[in-house]
Design a protein around this ligand. Structure first.
Ligand SMILES: [Zn+2]
Length: 85
């Protein structure tokens, strides 16, 4: 998994699987979600409502394209089988 499933940020994550990502509790440099905790569509919608601010602005690429990044998001997220727990 190279891209943040919530906002599509990447390539930098480097997790082998969805489970590994969601057990990492890492925080996305872009949208600021914490995987396994608040990596969900509600977080995404709050992020968009705030104008898509970078959590760690130094990580922002010079030629960053929000539109291109958003094509890499994964929906539904979190995956159905995990949210059914
Ligand atoms: Zn993100």
């Amino acid at each position: 998994m190279d891209y943040c499933p919530v906002c599509g940020y990447g390539p930098a994550l480097g997790y082998a699987s969805t489970e590994e990502l969601r057990c990492s509790f890492e925080i996305c440099d872009c949208c600021g979600c914490e995987y396994g905790y608040d990596d969900n569509v509600a977080h995404y919608e709050r992020w968009v409502a705030k104008g898509c601010p970078w959590f760690r602005s130094k990580a922002r690429p010079l030629n960053w394209s929000l539109e291109e990044q958003l094509t890499r998001t994964i929906r539904p997220w979190p995956p159905e089988r995990e949210s059914a727990r």
